[in-house]
Design a protein around this ligand. Structure first.
Ligand SMILES: O=C(O)Cc1cc(O)ccc1O
Ligand SMILES: [Fe+2]
Length: 422
């Protein structure tokens, strides 16, 4: 500490720490940042419940707030703007989630549709880390560590407790957000892939310090705490950090930098090979939340059904589409839309995709999947769904129909028929 204070220029009066691991967390996992501020964050009026609140935000997933359903769910994209004058805070709505922000175990999946910059206010999410996936419209995000311009095709992680404000340089905007309670995102281990591949640490970009110091009467700090919103006023901007150092910081990542691996001979690889970031549970290899992408790539497997296999398993899969078409759905899954296939709920390619795949003469030729970017938030914890998501006019109530036409292509081998007739 002594050294840091010596290095602090004389006009900087306040040093504040932001940490998100216990002091004694092992060094490799310890997260903390020192912020050199013009005025400390503590200088504000008391917190009050925010009025109006945002009733479509959930932080505790139980029977009083949400519904359990094993049904395959799909939503068409929401129109933006939903209402005139929605900023990122009011445009955010929870779709599903599991666990509890207060008990620090679980996650929430939100979407947003916003058309107004956050003006004279910032958001501090005391509940968890946000991983934001813009789908339409860039986000210009001012944080206590500096500013980041995030375009569709990029993602941004805002760590728990860091104040930030979202401006919308392109106007009406929408996208997806996953929020994790009690864990942080990290790069997946690469196992036998080796030292290179998938997302590379050098491509994760954090901002440099940026500050404003004008008097700002009535500035509002909105605090998300236990899934509920509180607000407090102060007479200065929280973006008054003139320098910082540490590893508890926001970062963005351009998904086109991802180096995908895939099968080069036969069989369909599991989607875990496309994990960009993972938030672990304390069970080895079991994710609280994996962020997985399905990027453009070559498909070269031989004698293999190349689209995703039909399956059900212990993980629950929320999917979104940033642009293009997803390889397993010929129609109905649109950019800005979403789907949810929960634990042990069967799903897979729709009838059109299946029929088109098996009738393609050159099925063994290399083919390139281009102009597409889908993603999945995958979790071991079983999600409960918000009532407004189930009742939404965007919900595709006929989703199940996309598989109803799948017919048997099995014809018993001649010998088996003969045996039966004997
Ligand atoms: O269900 C999905 O579309 C996602 C998915 C893709 C894939 O290639 C393999 C498994 C899987 O769950
Ligand atoms: Fe799946």
């Amino acid at each position: 500490m002594a050294m840091e204070e010596e290095q602090t220029p004389p006009e900087l009066r306040y040093l504040s720490g932001l940490g998100n691991t216990s002091f004694t967390t092992p060094r490799a996992r310890n997260l903390r940042t020192w912020l050199y501020r013009i005025k400390p964050s503590v200088t504000h009026e008391p917190f009050y419940p925010r009025n109006p609140t945002n009733e479509r935000l959930v932080g505790e997933f139980d029977r009083t707030t949400t519904v359990a359903t094993p049904t395959q769910l799909r939503w068409r994209p929401a129109d933006v703007p939903l209402h005139p004058g929605l900023d990122f805070i009011d445009g955010l709505y929870t779709v599903c989630g599991a666990g509890s922000s207060c008990l620090r175990h679980g996650y929430a999946i939100h979407m947003y549709a916003a058309n107004k910059p956050m003006d004279g206010c910032s958001l501090c999410n005391a509940d968890g880390d946000f991983l934001i996936v813009p789908q339409q419209g860039r986000l210009f995000i001012t944080t206590e560590c500096g500013r980041l311009l995030v375009s569709p095709g990029e993602i941004v992680v805002i760590p728990q407790g860091l104040r930030f404000a979202v401006d919308l340089p392109d106007g009406p905007s929408r996208g997806y957000v996953s929020e994790i309670f009690g864990a942080h995102f990290q790069l997946p281990d690469l196992g036998p892939i080796g030292a290179n591949g998938l997302a590379s640490p050098r491509d994760f970009l954090s901002p440099t310090a940026w500050f404003e110091q004008e008097h700002h009467p009535g500035y509002t700090i909105v605090h998300k705490y236990g899934g509920e919103l509180f607000s407090a006023t102060q007479d200065f901007s929280p973006f008054n950090v003139v320098a910082w150092h540490g590893n508890y910081v926001p970062y963005k990542y351009d998904l086109s930098k991802f180096c995908p691996f895939n099968t080069v001979l036969l069989d369909h690889g599991d989607p875990s090979v496309n994990t960009v970031l993972t938030a672990p549970t304390d069970k080895p290899g079991v994710a609280l939340l994996d962020f997985v992408i399905f990027p453009p790539r070559w498909l070269v497997a031989e004698n293999t059904f190349r689209p995703p296999y039909y399956h059900r398993n212990c993980m629950s899969e929320f999917m979104g589409l940033i642009y293009g078409m997803y390889e397993a759905k010929a129609d109905g899954f649109l950019p800005g839309g979403a789907s949810l296939h929960s634990c042990m709920t069967p799903h897979g390619p729709d009838t059109k995709t299946y029929e088109a795949t098996i009738s393609r003469a050159a099925a063994n030729e290399p083919s390139r999947l281009s102009g597409t970017l889908a993603f999945m938030f995958e979790s071991w914890l079983i999600p409960r769904v918000c009532p407004w998501a189930l009742d939404s006019p965007c919900r595709d109530l006929d989703y199940y129909q996309c598989w109803i036409g799948l017919k048997s292509h099995f014809s018993p081998p001649a010998a088996a028929v003969d045996d039966e007739n004997e």
